[in-house]
Design a protein around this ligand. Structure first.
Ligand code: MN
Length: 210
């Protein structure tokens, strides 16, 4: 039985229009995300084979494939939940307070995140993550799915800026896509992730900053 499975979209394929077209969502979820799920499972199978045979000749490429595909699966799983047809606006509660404290307000955060997403070289993601050691949210920008991602940080809000995420609709205008993305952000989901990440204490704080 496969370890990883494609989650269903939490809304219809056309639910995010006009921000994201139905056809993009169909291909993105059913083909691209499915590909990362299959790739991660294939890497696990290959590793099991290697342990069985004792032949670890491909170990480097298989570990690379596992990191790439599993990170793709994680990012897309969060991405679908991060959006909602009734999304948009601004966050409230503790998340709003945290953005005020660490980014000088929502607009400061939004600009930081938008520029990070627009500025990714090649394929990647704009990301708001929770760093467990410093106990604070950070804006990061991942290349591919995993490179430049701060180790151990929990994704809260992610924006896919691979061309497959926008090119059919926006062509080369990644900036317009990122600007429109804010209209479908599900802040309830992001806020919930922030609360859960704070409670998880995934990296014990005594190992890092005070
Ligand atoms: Mn994608």
């Amino acid at each position: 039985m496969a370890t990883y499975e494609l989650p269903e979209l939490p809304y219809d394929y056309d639910a995010l229009e006009p921000v994201i077209d139905q056809r993009i969502m169909e291909l993105h979820h059913d083909k691209h995300h499915q590909g990362y799920v299959d790739g991660a499972n294939a890497a696990l199978d290959k590793l099991e084979e290697m342990r069985g045979s004792g032949d670890f000749g491909d170990v480097r490429s298989v570990k690379r494939s596992l990191a790439f595909n599993l990170s793709g699966h994680v990012n897309h799983t969060v991405f679908w939940q991060n959006m909602h047809p009734d999304g948009g606006g601004e966050p409230g509660g503790d998340l709003a307070s945290a953005l005020d404290e660490h980014f000088g307000g929502f607009e400061g955060f939004k600009q930081d995140f938008s520029e990070a997403a627009k500025g990714v070289e090649g394929s990647g993601w704009g990301m708001l993550v929770y760093d467990h050691i410093a106990d604070k949210p950070l804006v990061a920008a991942a290349e591919n799915h995993q490179n430049q991602h701060p180790q151990g940080a929990t994704p809260l809000l992610v924006c896919d800026v691979w061309e497959h995420a926008y090119y059919l609709q926006y062509e080369n205008n990644r900036g317009e896509y990122v600007n429109n993305f804010w209209d479908v952000v599900n802040w309830d989901d992001v806020e919930q992730r922030y609360q859960q990440a704070q409670q998880a204490d995934a990296i014990p704080k005594h190992t890092g900053a005070q």
